[in-house]
Ligand binder design. Structure first.
Ligand code: FES
Length: 623
């Protein structure tokens, strides 16, 4: 095997890699994450890096290493750690986790009491759990040991013990004066610990987004959140969006396996960080609940995702999944469990079920609309009688992709734009600008509409088309460059790029496509429900993006419906809240399952009504 040495600047990292690797993969090996919006297809040009001895920057995904190299990764090509929304909405008071621990003192066997050790344990646990045997209950003290398939042997019809625990049971009881802590997952005893460890019982709630992953550590004895950790989804180098990752899994040998391993490693890194932060030993973490869109959930489970990406778009599974953590390689207690949220359809996943669950829409008499804008836009509309959902392929424009100088909400991103006599921008991290993120994009378009530089069709006006009253400094910012018409948001002296930060006519079109998809989706749902916009009591905005936008700007460009601002409510990371809810409350799992079955999926693709509405919604509302 021939190897080459690559030195990355300005990070000052050197790695040795196999010849023939792409620079994108080599950077990944060095721990440097490069933007790869197209997943390495060579079409997005976001992965440009400079190679010593080559005058023009090269595409990292298409440049294959054949010799030792010195390379420089510019800021504009880096996937910065973005602002990640960790907070969710406050939850109700249900505390009844699926994981329970009972410290039990068993009576010792004697000639008058010859029950087996397992029966003795089960009886004691039942008593501790307050389970009363009914008159006609018959204990069946047998163990089914059909190895492999049925490790959970049936001991009693309503409480079972994991078969693998039996070899250690006799010694554990006799060495500890017949006391033991039994760990139960629902009605299964999944582990036994010496002594009383009932005060050590933790779980993790994971929100696996296409772009970011957030993991919360929760004390299951009181439901309190102890620590949170988050990072960008490490699968990002295989494609920025769901379609990119589906393609990767389809076109690369071991692609599915690589995607699965990448997310598992990412979650394990967060678990390590969270344990270190909190000082909690991971062997006392017994469950992880995971929510994500259907693709993220299936990738976590190692289930092929091709059918999600191809018409007629179906997922492999929609019901909730419980699987031993060791089978997924998740670093918690070896007896631990992973619960994966039920989904509605291929494009309405567990994250949307979690949003519906945590916003309590299912209880409400009035009709509410929940909107989760991420790489796609998912919408849920309804009340306790009926719930409808759809997913719009809004595209990642609001996450900075397909926007010329677009970027995620990370240091250097313009996140706010105000236009008066001139332009004022607010930059994340307060330094010079690197690009513009989704909330900045929405602000900029709203302000350009307000001052008359954009008309309602989204066309950028020039010269004498511009309003006569337009301040000269603004007039000077409308320029024609190699990309066509553009508006200068930040002059070169405010920019860390080689030149000004501009918003092009093409960027405006991309934003129009995205906002039209979302607003047309909302109208289709309202029509299906036979309601008017005025009937919507609350608009819940979920997700990171929802939390950072200015609602008045989003409403101005028609991304949000024209509702009074007091009806618009930010619900933070509602998907993470839903994951926490099912972690601490077993009844919430039943609600999630019934929501997943009750929510009616409305497929937008192929609806002529949607196509017409989509074209109408491309226009910006008149002031
Ligand atoms: S062009 Fe290289 S990742 Fe898109």
């Amino acid at each position: 095997m021939r190897t080459c040495k690559i030195h990355f600047q300005p990070d000052d990292i050197t790695i040795v890699t196999e010849a023939g690797q792409s620079l994108l993969a080599a950077a990944q090996q060095a721990g440097i994450i490069i933007n790869s919006v197209c997943g390495g297809a060579g079409t997005c040009n976001k992965c440009l890096i400079e190679v010593d001895g080559i005058s023009e920057p090269v595409q990292a995904c298409r440049f294959y290493v054949e010799r030792d190299l010195m390379v420089n990764v510019p800021e504009s090509s880096r996937f910065f750690e973005q602002k990640i929304l960790q907070e969710g909405i406050a939850l109700g008071s249900c505390l009844n986790p699926q994981i329970a621990k009972y410290f039990v003192q068993l009576s010792e066997p004697c000639l008058d009491d010859l029950r087996s050790d397992t029966q003795r344990l089960i009886d004691a646990v039942k008593e501790a759990a307050g389970v009363r045997r009914s008159e006609d209950e018959i204990a069946v003290d047998t163990v089914s040991d059909t190895a492999g398939e049925n490790l959970r042997g049936t001991i009693d019809y309503d409480l079972t013990i994991d078969f693998t625990l039996l070899p250690k049971l006799p010694g554990l009881l006799r060495d500890n004066s017949y006391t033991v802590t039994a760990l139960c997952h629902g009605r299964h005893i999944i582990d036994l610990e010496p002594g009383n460890t009932t005060d050590k019982k933790y779980g993790l709630a994971a929100d696996i987004g296409t772009t970011t992953v957030v993991v919360e550590l929760v004390d299951l004895t009181n439901g309190k959140k102890i620590a949170v950790a988050s990072q960008s989804n490490p699968q990002i180098t295989f494609g920025d969006d769901v379609i990119g990752r589906i393609d990767y899994s389809r076109t690369h040998k071991d692609g599915l396996q690589q995607l699965r391993e990448r997310i598992t490693e990412g979650i394990n890194r967060l678990i390590a960080e969270i344990c270190e932060k909190s000082g909690i030993d991971r062997r006392y973490i017994y469950e992880l609940t995971a929510v994500g869109n259907s693709t993220m959930q299936q990738l976590l489970l190692g289930i092929p995702v091709e059918s999600i990406g191809q018409a007629p778009y179906v997922s492999t599974v929609t019901s909730a999944i419980d699987i031993p953590a060791v089978e997924l390689g998740i670093d918690i207690s070896p007896a631990g469990n992973v619960y994966v949220m039920p989904t509605v359809a291929a494009h309405v996943g567990g994250d949307t079920v979690a949003v519906a669950l945590s916003t309590a829409m299912r209880h409400s008499e009035s009709v509410n609309l929940a909107l989760d804008i991420g790489t796609n836009g998912e919408l849920v509309l309804g009340n306790r009688d009926r719930l409808l959902a759809c997913s719009t392929a809004a595209g990642p424009a609001f996450e900075g992709a397909r926007i010329k100088q677009g970027m995620r909400g990370a240091t250097g991103a313009i996140e706010r734009v105000y236009i008066g006599d001139d332009v004022e921008v607010v930059v994340i991290g307060e330094g010079k600008c690197v690009g513009i993120c989704g909330s900045g994009l929405i602000d900029a378009i709203a302000e350009l509409l307000n001052v008359g530089i954009l008309d309602s069709s989204g066309r950028m006006l020039v010269d004498d088309e511009l309003p006569a009253s337009l301040p000269p400094k603004l007039r000077e910012r409308v320029v024609k460059n190699k990309d066509g018409l553009a508006f200068i948001l930040a002059h070169s002296e405010q920019s860390r790029q080689d030149g000004a930060i501009v918003l092009t006519q093409r960027d405006i079109r991309e934003a129009q496509l995205a906002k039209a998809a979302i607003s047309a989706g909302a109208v289709v749902l309202m029509r299906q429900m036979r309601i008017e916009l005025a009937d919507v009591e609350h608009l819940y905005l979920a997700g990171a993006f929802g939390n950072y936008i200015r609602p008045e700007s989003a409403r101005r460009i028609g991304l949000l419906p024209d509702l009074p601002l007091e009806k618009i409510q930010f619900v933070g990371n509602a998907a993470a809240s839903g994951a926490r809810e099912v972690l601490i409350c077993r009844e919430a799992r039943q609600h999630a399952q019934s929501l997943a079955q009750r929510i009616e999926y409305v497929e937008l693709a192929g609806r002529s009504e949607f196509q017409t509405l989509f074209s109408d919604c491309m226009f910006f509302p008149e002031k």
